[in-house]
Design a protein around this ligand. Structure first.
Ligand code: ADP
Length: 269
């Protein structure tokens, strides 16, 4: 995309010609468009729960609901939607902090078997509620350099998605695998890779949606994701956090069979 400007050249009050200035503004325009799309998305996402809260509160205040059970169900909706609003705002703030690099990471060696084991424990109530078995396959003694809080956030997010998008009675499996022979050099140091994959036997993701699921607010099925309490920002946050660890994330999925998200982290030799 080119911006064209004509600048008259005037010297000693004499018209000396015209300067043609061509500037490539595609990157600037793209950024502007992304920013305004994001603001529009945020406004829309915030408006939906606020409309529900306001509507149901208005009905209750109007005194037209006599049945206590109906009144209670309205209050429950108000509570749930406020909760969603809270999570949404938290995620938006989190994302903006990460993107502007306002979160200092504190790196320390993390032993993955016990670390992931603890994250699984934190999700065990949710897994049990859906009768989903979570299995960890990892050799002890595998370390990565990571910020513990952020790594926990990454694992918990992917684990929560695995449980959330898997029907009752399914399985979620986490496999930790050091990948040999993938040595590469980054900033003068030799690294090897650790692959942490989180697989589920869930609904899967259609091929056409796969390239977009790490985008902010992108969801395959908006209604379903909202119903499960999702904000549509989880994977976007996960991707950013992994990149702050100099890692990357990949996804493979088959509709109706399940999905595998693989976190690839460099490991200091
Ligand atoms: P959400 O809050 O909607 O879960 P995410 O950013 O975590 O937002 O995920 C984006 C979308 O990717 C989800 O709405 C869902 O459509 C899809 N998705 C994420 N994880 C899985 C999974 N394990 N199985 C199936 N679909 C998934």
């Amino acid at each position: 995309l080119l911006d064209l400007n004509l600048v008259p050249i005037i010297q000693d009050d004499e018209f000396g010609g015209v300067l043609l200035v061509l500037q490539d503004v595609s990157a600037i325009r793209r950024l502007e468009r992304m920013r305004s799309e994001f603001v529009a998305n945020v406004s829309h996402e915030l408006k939906t729960p606020i409309t529900a809260v306001k509507g149901f509160a208005e009905t209750l205040l109007g005194g037209e609901v006599d049945d206590p059970e109906t009144a209670r169900s309205f209050l429950q909706i108000i509570f749930d939607e406020s909760d969603r609003l809270n999570r949404l705002i938290g995620d938006i703030l989190e994302l903006s902090k990460i993107e502007s690099r306002r979160i200092p990471l504190q790196f320390s060696p993390v032993e993955l078997t016990s670390f992931i084991g603890k994250s699984i424990k934190l999700m065990s109530a949710e897994a049990a509620r859906k009768d989903i078995e979570v299995t960890l396959k990892a050799e002890p003694g595998i370390y990565v350099e990571a910020d513990e809080d952020r790594l926990r956030q990454i694992i918990m997010n992917l684990l929560a998605n695995g449980i959330s998008y898997t029907p009752d009675g399914g399985h979620v499996t986490i496999v930790v695998k050091p990948v040999a022979g993938t040595q590469y050099v980054s900033e003068g140091e030799d690294y090897d890779q650790i692959h942490i994959s989180i697989s589920d036997t869930g609904i899967g993701i259609p091929k056409k949606d796969l390239p977009r699921i790490f985008e902010r607010f992108y969801r395959v099925d908006k209604a379903r994701s909202r119903g499960s309490g999702g904000t549509g920002l989880g994977l976007s946050i996960v991707k950013h956090l992994i990149e702050l660890h100099k890692g990357s994330i990949t996804v493979e999925s088959t509709v109706g069979a399940g999905s595998t998200f693989t976190i690839i982290l460099p490991v200091l030799q």
